[in-house]
Ligand binder design. Sequence first.
Ligand code: SF4
Length: 131
Amino acid sequence: MKMTRRSLIQKATGLSALLALAPQLVVAEEKRRARGGDSKAAAAGPLGYPLVDPAGNAGKAVNYVKVHADLKDAKLKTERQGMAWDQQNCANCSFYKDVGSKDGGKVGTCTIFANQLVVEKGWCSSWNKKA
Ligand code: SF4
């Protein structure tokens, strides 16, 4: 095959375009792989979500505790919506939805902690009596 100057320029232009697209292709591949990771998490369902960290910013913002009795602030231990503080926990909170067991305890999703799990015996200051 005879290589003309025109065909050489066309090939070089195509190669340049491919090289220019390379970073975008790498990013697209990374996104595709990330989606693959998401689908694995989705396949695991909500039980694949991490537990809310009481020491994390979101947990601290609402005084979340994994164990009800661990709450230190006595001012928060008040009756709410006709229920004594001792009886309030995630399991009887309207924001809680049981999803099963994890790490030896019952856990569920909570409306205020997206894509994370709370322990059914936990509590936070956003507790709202389940209807
Ligand atoms: Fe638990 Fe309800 Fe607080 Fe969520 S809002 S952490 S379910 S008490």
